[in-house]
Design a protein around this ligand. Structure first.
Ligand SMILES: Nc1ncnc2c1ncn2[C@@H]1O[C@H](COP(=O)(O)OP(=O)(O)OP(=O)(O)O)[C@@H](O)[C@H]1O
Ligand SMILES: [Mg+2]
Length: 462
């Protein structure tokens, strides 16, 4: 069970003062802060003005009804769930409330334990949602760019040596490797180990923008250079002055810009878009791609002269499957990072689970390994990760198509449903399928349990 955070504030909206009082006492005894609202208008005001964690909302109130409040609040349900309290079980209003995204509904007269259980569950889910969101949106920053490069395999030791040797020079470096092998991390390590370490490290993703925007991204623009260019803008080359410019996904750069880039690499010179003045910079270039540049050259999609300009030193990052010996070290490193970041001091992994990880083919490489471990950590709520936790979320079958980490690595609904299914299955096993006992254990009604058994197609194994 989660314990309330200092900031957990529950809004109790009900026109019946006795119910408000009872719920107020109950919630406060559990350590939550409580705010009361006696009608829909007050409830809406409280939601506007205060930072509310969860709402207990009566549907039938004078003035604005609970449904009105819920409708207005729809955008924020993920952060502030609403549990509806209704006098009429199964009424159309309750159904409507669920359709509008209420977390659950409780019928009057209610059992205080039932309310408490539902509140806790809703808050746990909100925390889970927030965690998954944080992991998803900051996937790349989950480890700070200053993170250490982990690896003891001969292939990685060779990479470390090369980084050490080239860092001190001012030559361009080309980093090759499949997606998720650590190209950006290596680019950063080169910068940090160079005599430019105190100067800026600036990254441009050559795949992310349209050619016109990318040109201005590279070189900047003068005011009025094109529609929307209302002020002068300094480009990445200038920002990286005296430091390192990391050209990520260089294989995706269009031919036009390749020509302009080549000139700048040769001379250190460029003009801002719409500008006349030639600017000279001293920038060290590190480029990376997961494409095979020889193929692109053969297809006339990448300039050979640019390739030779960049390819002074090449670092090739081996895919994870060809250095399986590194997997246990990486797994431990990732676990430590997650434990620190999400304050899960007990997070750990069993040796069987590590062994299981070592056998996968990891087409998404280290990023995929991170995603799988993050998901397992959430499933276990930050405790011991075992082999089944890695399978439960559906360890992406690495041998098949590579999942795009941004899209498929965190299916929130699947994770939540899978967790729910497992917990219910365990409760049923534990009680030898005595559904009254199982419902009691789970803290849900028998009816809810029956619904869930049907929803997940759970069957009794004899
Ligand atoms: N050797 C390593 N040790 C520790 N962490 C690593 C290592 N290699 C990669 N990572 C981590 O794995 C994640 C993916 O690495 P990175 O973003 O550098 O990959 P990439 O090769 O640039 O991938 P893409 O081609 O998809 O951009 C990052 O969070 C990075 O910190
Ligand atoms: Mg990258």
């Amino acid at each position: 069970m989660t314990t309330p955070y200092d900031s957990d504030t529950i809004l109790i909206a009900d026109d019946d003062p006795v119910i408000r009082r009872n719920l107020h006492v109950l919630m406060e005894s559990e350590g939550y802060h409580v705010v009361e609202a006696a009608d829909g208008l007050e409830a809406a005001k409280a939601l506007e003005a205060l930072s509310i964690t969860l709402v207990l909302l009566d549907l039938k109130m004078p003035g604005r009804t609970g449904l009105d409040v819920l409708r207005d609040h729809q955008d924020r349900l993920e952060d502030t769930p609403v549990i509806v309290i209704t006098a009429l079980g199964g009424s159309s209003a309750a159904i409507e409330a669920m359709k509008l995204g209420a977390y659950d509904y409780i019928t009057k007269p209610f059992d205080l334990d039932e309310v408490l259980f539902t509140v806790r569950r809703a808050l746990e889910q909100t925390t889970l949602v927030a965690q998954v969101r944080a992991l998803t949106s900051h996937g790349d920053q989950a480890d700070s760019p200053h993170d250490e490069l982990i690896g003891q395999s001969p292939a990685m030791l060779a990479v470390f040596k090369t980084i050490g040797k080239v860092a001190a020079t001012h030559e361009p470096v080309l980093i090759l490797g499949e997606s998720g092998t650590g190209k950006e991390l290596v680019a950063n390590a080169i910068h940090r180990n160079s005599d430019r370490a105190e100067k800026p490290f600036v990254k441009v993703n050559c795949a992310a923008l349209s050619p016109m925007l990318l040109e201005s991204e590279f070189f900047g623009h003068e005011r009025g250079a094109f529609t929307g260019a209302v002020t002068r803008r300094i480009g990445r080359f200038e920002q990286a002055s005296a430091g390192t410019l990391f050209l990520d996904e260089i294989g995706d750069l269009g031919l036009d810009l390749q020509a302009k880039l080549l000139r700048t690499l040769q001379s250190g010179q460029f003009e801002r878009v719409g500008g006349e003045q030639t600017i000279q910079v001293d920038v060290r270039i590190v480029a990376a791609t997961n494409h095979n540049l020889s193929t692109l050259i053969a297809e006339h999609r990448f300039r050979e002269d640019l390739y030779y300009r960049l390819d002074v030193v090449t670092i090739e990052l081996p895919p994870l499957r060809s250095r399986r010996g590194d997997i246990p070290f990486l797994a431990q490193h990732i676990i430590r990072t997650l434990a620190k970041k999400y304050k899960w001091p007990q997070l750990s992994i069993s040796s069987e689970a590590v062994q299981h990880l070592s056998l996968q083919s990891w087409s998404g490489n280290i990023r995929e390994l991170q995603n799988v471990l993050a998901r397992a950590a959430i499933l276990t709520r930050g405790r011991l990760i075992q082999t089944e936790d890695l399978k439960a979320g559906g360890l992406p079958s690495s041998s098949s198509v590579q999942p795009s980490p941004s899209e498929s690595a965190f299916h929130l609904k699947e994770i939540l449903a899978e967790t729910e299914r497992r917990v219910i299955q365990e409760a049923l096993n534990h009680t030898a399928w005595n559904r009254t006992q199982a419902a009691h254990l789970l803290g849900i009604s028998r009816r809810q349990l029956f619904d869930k058994i049907r929803e997940y197609g759970l069957i009794r194994k004899v």
